[in-house]
Design a binder for this molecule. Structure first.
Ligand code: NDP
Ligand code: HSE
Length: 439
């Protein structure tokens, strides 16, 4: 065992991930020391409420209500930011860097929106900011894409990268559960963000996609360019119809280098049931990366929860400890590519993106309605793969119609949807869900 004194860590936040990190560091202290070459010890932690019962005992750790006391503690060498959000996390991380401390964070919001500045400050100060836990919880996806796939040109990647959304969609499909009840359960299990709208509206997945795209394609972090749709409009009927057509609805983050630009989009997606990723259920996440040399690589694991996330936080702590004595200029670049070698590839406007589509609409059951709908599609050169008129619900004056199209440019399908919705015989909005074969 190492004779060096343990590395002293300051923990900002003692919630789901903070308490999980403390538990894993304690339980696996022997293994971690053997791997890192030194012990890793939490000496100072902060939380808003100090007298709250914690999932992991904090005896022996100095506790402060003011997180700046941790960041300014001269004994602390590494700060683990496990608070979340931008404020006060951004100020605390920048202050830790200015104090010459390394930082580990699980905060995708912070990295996606402020990462460019944070990494520049870290480089200037010669410290590391590690963020494995920020994407896909316990799956080592950052390390894999940044280091293990470094020989590849990444062509595209697709991921189920929000555990809460996947948990809800799975509960709707497998148990016929209502959306709200499934969300409450995900919150009780500690999977959801402090504001669960970040999960169900797709913002959390967009944060993660921003980070993945940066390390996969060597472009700057650009969250504001991600197209984002959440899952709240998905009905149990859509889940059922997709299933009957041989697909699963998954909330996917998708990024592709088209040559003309990068697609960055997060939305519900029909995926063929036979794909492995379509069978990733509950809180599990999966990221499928397609490299030109390796082909497809699929990573699977728990996307949220105390100890799976702690697994990634602790791995980052070990990495930082191993690198403490290395020359800062020779460390793995934060975003995989050398900071002066980032590409300026544009992000494609959503209008120019192509994908196949599922459409569900309600129409009056009378002659000529299907012909009107298919004419609108044909006029825009949109090819139909399948059309299906379902039985009407008892007493309903309309019938559900389901259409699958071949790949079509977004601006053409948007125009077609506007025209279909304007037909007298069509009631309400058309539900459109994009479809990706992921082959
Ligand atoms: P929690 O809400 O469970 O914990 C947050 C902790 O930060 C609490 O201890 C809280 O104190 C403290 N805190 C909150 N606001 C402040 C503030 N303004 N000043 C000081 N301390 C504050 O969050 P999680 O542990 O779930 O998430 C932490 C981070 O990890 C987030 O960035 C999240 O996105 C990320 N993450 C979470 C995952 C999960 O499964 N939960 C998975 C992957 C990443 P108190 O306890 O007293 O309220
Ligand atoms: N709220 C996030 C999720 C936590 O559900 O995936 C993990 O990042």
């Amino acid at each position: 065992m190492s004779a060096l004194k343990p590395v002293q860590v300051g923990l900002l936040g003692l919630g789901t991930v903070g308490a999980g990190t403390l538990a894993v560091l304690r339980r696996n202290a022997g293994e971690i020391t053997r791997r890192a070459g030194r012990g890793i010890e939490v000496v100072h932690a902060s939380a808003r409420t100090l007298d709250k019962p914690r999932a992991t005992p904090t005896a022996g750790i100095r506790l402060s209500a003011d997180p700046r006391a941790v960041v300014d503690d001269p004994g602390v060498e590494i700060v683990a930011e496990l608070i979340g959000g931008l404020d006060p996390a951004y100020e605390l991380v920048m202050r830790a860097i200015a104090n010459g401390k390394h930082v580990v964070t699980a905060n995708k919001y912070l990295i996606a929106l402020r990462g460019n500045e944070i990494f520049a400050a870290a480089r200037a100060a010669g410290v590391t900011v590690a963020f494995e836990a920020a994407v896909a919880g316990g799956i080592p996806v950052i390390k894999t894409v940044r280091e293990a796939l470094a020989g590849n040109r990444v062509e595209w990647l697709a991921g189920i990268i929000n555990g809460t959304c996947n948990y809800i969609l799975t509960a709707m499909r497998e148990e016929g559960r209502e959306f709200g009840a499934a969300l409450s359960e995900a919150q009780a299990l500690g999977y959801a963000e402090a504001d669960p709208a970040f999960d169900i509206d797709g913002i959390d997945a967009a944060h993660k996609l921003t980070i993945l795209a940066a390390i996969a394609f060597g472009v700057p972090l650009q969250f504001d360019k991600v197209y984002v749709e959440g899952i709240s409009a998905i009905t149990r009927d859509d889940v059922l119809y997709a299933e009957q057509l041989g697909y699963r609805i998954k909330h996917l983050g998708f990024a592709r280098d088209t040559g003309a630009g990068i697609e960055l989009r997060v939305h519900p997606t029909l995926v063929p049931q036979r794909r492995l990723i379509a069978n990733v259920d509950g809180v599990m996440n999966a990221v499928l990366v397609h490299g030109d040399a390796v082909g497809p690589v699929l990573m699977y694991g728990a996307g949220a929860g105390a100890e799976p996330t702690a697994s990634a936080v602790v791995a980052d702590l070990v990495d930082v400890v191993r690198a403490l004595t290395t020359d800062p200029g020779n460390r793995v670049p934060h975003l995989a590519f050398q900071p002066d070698a980032l590409a300026d590839a544009p992000v494609l406007a959503m209008d120019a993106v192509c994908s196949a589509c599922y459409m569900r609409l309600f129409a009056v059951d009378r002659p000529g309605v299907l012909a009107d709908i298919t004419r609108i599609l044909a006029d825009r050169n949109i090819s139909i793969e399948a059309i299906w008129q379902k039985e009407p619900a008892e007493g309903a004056g309309t019938v559900p119609i389901i259409l699958l199209t071949h790949r079509v440019e977004e601006r053409a399908i948007n125009d077609a949807i506007d025209r279909i919705e304007a037909l007298d015989a069509v009631c309400g909005a058309v539900m459109r869900i994009r479809l990706e074969e992921l082959s």
